[in-house]
Design a protein around this ligand. Structure first.
Ligand code: GDP
Length: 317
């Protein structure tokens, strides 16, 4: 079966599956709607961490060991910056720095974030559309036991150590949905919408907070399938499980399924786990969701496409 596929994605976990889908589909068949709630200005530059993780994954430039940034990276800029007593808490490799400089230059000359991302994808030979959820600034902030923190202050500078009590997406209410993202969700030939195994609270919720996004997903013509970011009740990387516990959720795939219950047609849990109990009324299916290599990514993508092609009951608005 052919048709267009949309993936909602944060950074590291989402980018792995986006890469699998990209390889499993034909050229031009994938649109990735990326979280931009983590974007921030640093050293005068516009940094879009999740867009970059997706771009690097699809261009096969990601560092496989660190899990973020570019492979074969060099760090001359950071060393020189350190020697000047500059701000070094957010690591920017030399190659990665070129991305932020080029993006910032184009944005300053009036291009949109999607325009810049499209141009960079073109230069890197990526035949998929990677779109920010909105061209407008939405900024994730967290209320912690240390007070309100900007996302990168919490995530990188404080290494997710503070206890999270609440989170908010500043600017979301005024943000407009990226028009091509809306058009993609309205396509008649839509085959699937995949909610990638990203942090549900910090990577997917900001996307869903953009007015119109949730409605467009529920109304779309295709099955909506979410993949668990938790295996054995734990996050593979990052604070998803810690935040769930701090916010008073039961920690596990079932709670993630319940979190998405009004949005999805199918929840995919990891085959090494028991089927989630109390997954609301959401149908569930098992898959090998651990993506340690490219073959894992492609196999998971193919399994999701097969599940979508079985057409689980599509949400009716
Ligand atoms: P971030 O924006 O960089 O934090 O990245 P994401 O939100 O996209 O991804 C973080 C989530 O990805 C974490 O909750 C991880 O548990 C999950 N994750 C990472 N690798 C894998 C994997 O191979 N399989 C599954 N199922 N989840 C993964």
């Amino acid at each position: 079966m052919s048709g267009h596929v949309i993936a909602l994605s944060g950074g590291v976990g989402g980018a792995k599956l986006a890469h699998g889908l990209y390889l499993a589909l034909g050229a031009g068949e994938l649109t990735v709607i990326a979280n931009t709630g983590d974007d921030f200005r640093h050293l005068g530059l516009h940094v879009s961490p999740d867009i970059d993780s997706i771009v690097y994954a699809l261009a096969e430039l990601s560092d496989p060991v660190r899990g973020w940034g570019r492979r074969d990276e060099t760090w001359n800029f950071m060393e020189a910056l350190c020697g000047l007593g500059g701000e070094t808490w957010f690591a920017l490799g030399d190659g990665d720095l070129a991305m932020h400089v080029e993006r910032s230059r184009r944005l300053a000359s009036g291009e949109t974030l999607s325009g810049v991302t499209g141009a960079i994808c073109g230069a890197l030979g990526i035949h998929a559309s990677i779109l920010p959820m909105s061209e407008d600034a939405v900024r994730t902030r967290l209320r912690t036991d240390e007070g309100w923190l900007e996302f990168q202050d919490y995530f990188v500078r404080r290494r997710c150590e503070p206890e999270v009590r609440e989170y908010a997406f500043e600017g979301a209410m005024q943000a407009r949905m990226q028009p091509q993202a809306l058009a993609a969700l309205e396509r008649a030939d839509l085959r699937a919408v995949i909610v990638c195994p990203s942090n549900p609270f910090l990577s997917i919720d900001p996307i869903l907070a953009v007015p119109g996004m949730r409605d467009a997903i529920v109304r779309c013509a295709a099955p909506v399938i979410a993949v668990t970011p938790l295996i054995g009740g734990r996050a593979l990387k990052g604070p998803a499980a810690k935040i769930m516990q701090e916010l008073g959720f039961e920690v596990g795939a079932g709670a993630v399924a319940r979190h998405y219950a009004d949005l999805i047609d199918l929840f995919v849990y990891d085959e090494s786990d028991a089927p989630p109990t109390r997954a609301a009324d959401v149908p569930v299916a098992a898959a090998h969701t651990l993506m340690n290599c490219t073959a894992d990514r492609v196999n998971l993508a193919r399994r999701l496409l097969a599940l979508a092609d079985e057409r689980p009951t599509v949400h009716t608005p």
